[in-house]
Design a protein around this ligand. Structure first.
Ligand code: NAD
Length: 493
């Protein structure tokens, strides 16, 4: 049975396995709801271990042939996919906005980034080179970068479109095949990308998508011995489980996990122009962003000014349905909203002052319309849970510091290390902090919220390891083989 996944009116999205859209082996479906009002958007197949087994088998079969074709074919194919994503960008953005709840402008940016991932890695696909190693006249020694084989990719719900393409594009560019498990809370755009790849001529079995629950399809993929690399983007708790499952098969993992990223304002920062950027950094996708700058650390002389300006602006941020393009959409689920609210309570119990926000919008029912007002918490100690733990909602904490050593200590007082921003004019102090903050990326007088397609992205400590994006991602999806050739036959052979 083949299900067309491209018509918005068609409500059922099957799994893509070996070039066919199929219902799950177990025959069950999961409902996908609009987080704004709880209405049903579509149904996805509830895939499980049988579907993962079939997908891994298809990916194993398809990968060698795909990798052995001239790389220029992958260049052309990926460029064609990029053009199709661009052509369908508005449709993809609307679907992403409805599925995740995020403002349409942000979803449009995600669609642009998705196309750009395919374009960027298309440009690299025929330039993955090795080196030659001089060992003297009699020996030719060189390295080649080989694909790992079958990549198992597990994607979260907050940026399905971007994150799926971020991992798919370098994997395909380097000749790997894919079994992708998107998130059960939001994944419709990923299925549309799979449909585009298929229609543009990606050979059957090279990309397989199995939808379903994390505890079923996700766990089966992480534990599968037929996978050569697990790429996991999601929470620390699940990342740890995935890593343990992969370890049993000695399968390498690339983990992109959470964050608690600081923006550090030195006393000579340009406060007026910086604050709007800080708010954009803190609340993309209503704060449900791994790289969101959710902590503001301020050198004491400008503390009151920064606090007043943030507190003054937050109440005027608009909230509403993603398609109406507010500043903040709803959180993805009732569970996520309850988690965020519980953190506000924890913060208050720890002595933090709620400067503004701190409540979900009255009138929203318990199960639908998961809106939380943008919230500013003045925190007294870096040891407070709200200052250390990822809240994953529109909650910004603010803390003062008196010198660079204290700024560094507070910035590094979480178990995460994904992104940091430092702001000011004294280039020496800025650079000193950039060196000392433990973080995979540091922005100076800007904040990329994860950065562009071209620059390496990934964490330190509990934010994970391995790098996505940029040329660096090629290392993550390939391995080096050394080939040593002696020119003459050995004596006496
Ligand atoms: P999650 O860990 O709950 O789920 C992520 C994915 O893992 C989903 O597809 C889910 O179905 C699957 N999953 C769940 N249980 C599983 C299991 N036992 N085995 C295998 N797979 C399983 O995370 P989430 O709530 O979807 O995403 C939010 C988290 O992701 C946040 O911590 C956020 O910071 C992080 N994140 C990180 C990045 C990054 O690039 N560093 C990007 C986006 C999100």
């Amino acid at each position: 049975m083949t299900l067309a996944a491209h018509d918005m009116k068609i409500q059922d999205y099957g799994c893509l396995i070996d070039g066919a859209w199929l219902p799950a082996a177990g025959g069950e479906w999961l409902e996908m709801t609009d987080p704004c009002d709880g209405s049903i958007l579509a149904r996805i197949a509830r895939g499980g271990s049988a579907d993962i087994n079939a997908a891994v088998a298809a990916a194993r079969k398809a990968q060698p042939g795909f990798a052995r074709r001239p790389p220029v074919e992958r260049v052309r194919l990926m460029n064609a996919i990029s053009r199709r994503i661009t052509a369908e960008a508005e449709r993809l953005a609307q679907l992403e906005s409805r599925d995740t709840g995020k403002p349409i402008t942000q979803a449009r940016n995600d669609a642009i980034a998705a196309a750009r991932f395919f374009e960027f890695y298309a440009g690299i696909a025929d330039k993955v080179m090795g080196s030659s190693i001089p060992l003297g006249d009699d020996i030719v020694d060189f390295t080649v970068r080989e694909p790992l084989g079958v990549t198992g990719q597990i994607v979260p719900w907050n940026y399905p479109l971007q994150i799926a393409c971020r991992s798919m594009a370098p994997a395909l560019a380097t000749g790997n095949s894919i079994v992708l498990k998107p998130a059960e809370l939001a994944c419709l755009s990923v299925l549309e990308i799979a449909r585009i790849c298929e229609e543009e001529g990606l050979p059957p079995g090279v990309l397989n998508v199995v939808t379903g629950l994390g505890s079923e399809a996700g766990a089966a993929l992480a534990a599968h011995p037929g996978v050569d690399l697990i790429v996991f983007t999601g929470s620390v708790a699940t990342g740890s489980q995935v890593m343990q499952a992969a370890a049993r098969n000695i399968v390498p993992v690339l983990l992109e996990l959470g964050g608690k990223s600081p923006n550090i304002l030195l006393a000579d920062a340009a406060v007026e122009t910086t604050i709007p950027i800080l708010l954009k950094a803190a609340f993309p996708n209503s704060g449900q962003t791994c790289s969101a700058g959710t902590r503001v650390l301020v050198e004491r002389p400008i503390l009151d000014q920064v606090m007043d300006q943030i507190a003054g602006r937050l109440p005027s941020l608009t909230m509403g349905r993603g398609l109406d393009d507010p500043d903040l959409g709803p959180l993805v689920s009732a569970g996520q909203r309850r988690k965020v609210e519980s953190y506000v309570t924890i913060g208050a119990e720890e002595g933090a002052e709620v400067i503004t926000g701190g409540a979900f919008i009255s009138g929203a029912s318990e199960e639908t319309g998961h809106f939380v007002r943008p919230t500013l918490l003045a925190v007294k100690s870096p040891a407070a849970r709200v200052a250390r733990e990822e809240i994953f909602g529109p909650v910004l904490t603010i803390m003062p510091f008196d010198d660079l050593e204290e700024a560094e200590a507070i910035a590094n007082a979480t178990e995460y290390g994904l992104v940091a921003g430092v702001w000011g004019r004294d280039i020496g102090r800025l650079h000193r902090l950039a060196q000392r903050v433990r973080s995979g990326q540091v922005f100076i007088n800007c904040y990329g919220a994860g950065g562009g397609v071209e620059i390496p992205f990934g964490g330190t400590r509990k934010s994970g390891f391995g790098r996505e994006k940029g040329v660096e991602a090629i290392q993550s999806y390939t391995q080096v083989k050394n080939i040593c050739l002696r020119i003459d036959m050995p004596e006496g052979a």
